[in-house]
Design a binder for this molecule. Structure first.
Ligand code: NAD
Length: 272
């Protein structure tokens, strides 16, 4: 009997850390670290030995994260910050060796009904803030001749879906920003890459499941099967820890030649 795609499947989603990454002595900034993928990245990089600046506007979520056990010599330092304060974002990134641009938000609405202020906020948090965090982080990375930038993009950085205009626009922009940072950073030992997950089991997706189920008048299981996982060859959601593993690899010294690329983690979605 196959497991429901909505439930965890220990057979399909391998547990444990398989990539040995040593980031001792490195400082990492992870944006959107209070929840979902960012939280998993913060814990994974700390487990690899990094001092992690955990940036988020969700103070309670950061508090919970800070109480997690870190089993690898690193640490988690909560940094409450709303990334729409772009000047503060730029300052927060000073001195970071590793930058993970992850914070994001989503609104599903046709273009003609999409509120302009929400479009502006999505672009600010998901494109302009990464640019400002880069501006803050790069001088230190360049000075020491080493740095890692990982941009949490999406399949929606490579493909569009209807009703996600702001999100798709921001992610396509992030892809361009990431490639430009790769070209500029290469002479300074700084790599910049995207990771591009399909649907990950996080609050962002759980909210979309509920919204779409209500909008279509169908059960969440059906939204998952017929809408979200329709084009995925692997019929389950991705776990945040699986994305964090890819992020950790891109931060490793061994990944020095991997730059300007987009690591797709989509269960075969874009293979169509
Ligand atoms: P999430 O909602 O669980 O976490 C997003 C975090 O970003 C939250 O903690 C939130 O507080 C924070 N954030 C939002 N606006 C902020 C702001 N103005 N200032 C500071 N922090 C802010 O979402 P997630 O699913 O973990 O998504 C993380 C990233 O992964 C996003 O960029 C998202 O686009 C991307 N992504 C998610 C999926 C998915 O299926 N969940 C798939 C592909 C890409």
């Amino acid at each position: 009997m196959s497991a429901s795609p909505i439930t965890r499947s220990p057979l399909d989603a391998p547990a444990g850390r398989t990539v040995a990454v040593d980031l001792s002595g490195r400082t990492a900034l992870v944006s959107g670290a209070a929840s979902g993928i960012g939280r998993a990245c913060a814990l994974r990089l700390a487990a690899a030995g990094a001092r992690v600046r955990a940036v988020d506007r969700d103070v309670d979520g950061l508090g919970t994260l800070a109480h997690e056990d870190v089993d690898g010599g690193g640490s988690i330092e909560p940094r409450p910050l709303d990334l729409t304060d772009l000047d503060a974002a730029e300052r927060a990134a000073a001195g970071a060796d590793i930058l993970v641009n992850n914070a994001g938000l989503q609104l599903v609405r046709p273009i003609e009904e999409f509120p302009p202020d929400v479009f502006h906020t999505v672009l600010t948090v998901m494109l302009e803030a990464p640019f400002r965090l880069l501006r803050g982080a790069l001088p230190h990375m360049y000075a020491q001749g080493w740095g890692r930038v990982v941009n949490v993009s999406s399949v929606h950085g490579l493909r569009a879906s209807p009703y996600k205009s702001a999100y798709v626009a921001a992610k396509h922009g992030l892809e361009g920003l990431s490639k430009t940072a790769a070209l500029e950073g290469a002479p300074h030992g700084v790599t910049s890459n995207c990771v591009n997950p399909g649907y990950v089991r996080t609050p962002l997706v759980e909210k979309q499941l509920a919204d779409q189920a209500a909008a279509h008048g169908i059960p969440e299981e059906q939204v998952l099967r017929d809408v979200m996982l329709r084009d995925s060859a692997v019929k389950r959601l991705i776990e945040p820890a699986e994305v964090a593993e890819a992020v950790a690899y891109l931060c490793a010294p061994q990944a020095a030649f991997v730059t300007g690329t987009s690591m797709v983690i989509d269960g075969g979605w874009t293979a169509h």
